[in-house]
Design a protein around this ligand. Structure first.
Ligand SMILES: NC(=O)C1=CN([C@@H]2O[C@H](COP(=O)(O)OP(=O)(O)OC[C@H]3O[C@@H](n4cnc5c(N)ncnc54)[C@H](O)[C@@H]3O)[C@@H](O)[C@H]2O)C=CC1
Ligand SMILES: NCC(=O)COP(=O)(O)O
Length: 343
């Protein structure tokens, strides 16, 4: 990213809280120390929940000069704008168009990074979205196999990566494999170097079953799949521990022993993160050629339009995105990728 590039912030579902938290971030841009960004979505979805001044722009570059006066928007008009809190298929299509455009801007170098607002997965599925989530969609658009990216949820005292993401719990054991666990672990470790500047990252890997299988008495996946994945990563030279019983790896003292936790499924990773850091949690897609972040929360349809949405996680997502993009730019200027040789 060059310093002059704005970030692209897709508004997410127009009936959710994405428009409100984006507008609140713009309003608090000085105190939150936010860099220039351009909102991508239906400007009416902002106007129906906020009175911030808007300026429709045709190109992200215009956002830089106009950002101080008004919130710049690259406009995508929903066929029928849903009211706050009332999701619809039209709203989901608008969210998808905004996501597509924002990702395209980052891929083409017109935006420094993409920050995605929350979408409703079920509504996206209803309009033909075939990816489990935005993570896998963006990976595909960037030409990266979904197994080689990782969804990291990061807060001030915890970073977590689930190996499986948005699939039914009953499908988790069959979706896991030694190769997938090792691939996600690698993506997490590389991301810790590249995006966080941690030179020798430590990864703690969870078990799947209670007590990490209790020596095979409570399930076999821990010994048969997770232990070999940990060994593979260690043989590659990474600092990896586990499998750890998931219930004892997130308390204060345990969290001092690693830089990121690799969990086997969505809730195993996201429950501790959101319990500790709901208001500042950031979702980061590791392994992409572009920087993509998102607030950790969802569409919050229950409070949309009531002015109760807290913008802090969106603010953190914007901060994280600009910091990661700047770090990548600096590494590139030094002819480095941020990845250790051979890894
Ligand atoms: N990055 C994304 O696109 C994400 C999308 N989702 C989607 O969001 C939808 C709703 O998911 P839920 O599980 O209900 O989670 P949610 O995060 O939308 O809401 C959970 C609770 O937290 C509150 N909340 C969330 N964000 C808040 C904020 N910034 N300020 C104040 N209160 C806030 C809500 O009002 C609700 O009571 C689902 O359809 C899911 O697919 C969920 C997580 C991330
Ligand atoms: N629970 C996290 C989440 O839903 C974010 O998923 P994604 O849409 O960013 O892949």
């Amino acid at each position: 990213m060059t310093a002059a590039l704005p970030l692209a912030v897709s508004l997410g579902d127009p009936a959710g809280i994405g428009p409100e938290v984006t507008a609140k971030c713009w309003q608090a841009r000085a105190e939150m120390r936010l860099p220039p960004f351009v909102a991508v979505g239906d400007p009416r979805s902002i106007s129906q929940v906020s009175d911030v001044p808007l300026v429709v722009v045709d190109d992200p570059e215009e956002a830089i000069e106009k950002f101080e006066q008004a919130l710049p928007v690259l406009a995508i008009d929903a066929e029928a704008l849903p009211p706050p809190g009332q999701p619809s298929n039209e709203g989901a299509r608008c969210a998808l168009h905004a996501l597509e455009l924002a990702v395209g801007l980052a891929r083409s170098g017109s935006a420094g990074a993409v920050v995605t607002g929350p979408v409703s997965k079920s509504h996206l599925y209803h309009v033909g979205f075939t990816h489990p989530g935005q993570t896998e969609f963006i990976a595909e658009r960037c030409g990266v196999a979904s197994g080689n990216v990782a969804m990291m949820l990061a807060g001030p005292t915890l970073r977590c990566v689930p190996v499986t993401t948005h699939i039914p719990l009953s499908s988790v054991p069959s979706a896991l494999s030694t190769d997938l666990i090792a691939a996600r672990g690698r993506a997490a470790l590389r991301g810790l170097i590249r995006n966080f500047g941690i030179e020798n990252p430590r990864l703690a890997v969870s078990g799947l079953n209670p007590h990490a299988g209790e020596n095979g008495e409570l399930g076999h996946e821990d010994e048969e799949m997770i232990v070999p994945a940990v060994e593979t990563l260690r043989e590659e030279g990474w600092q990896v521990s586990g499998p750890h019983p998931a219930d004892t790896m997130f308390h204060d003292a345990a969290r001092q022993r690693y830089d990121a936790a690799l969990a086997m499924y969505h809730d195993q990773a996201l429950i501790p993160l959101k319990a500790l850091h709901f208001d500042e949690g950031v979702n980061i897609t590791l392994g992409l050629p572009i920087v993509r972040t998102s607030p950790d929360h969802g569409t919050a349809f229950d409070i949309a339009g009531t002015n109760r949405a807290r913008p802090t996680a969106m603010g953190e997502a914007i901060h994280y995105a600009v910091n990661a993009a700047t770090r990548r730019r600096d590494l590139a200027a030094q002819g480095r990728t941020g990845m250790a040789i051979g890894r």
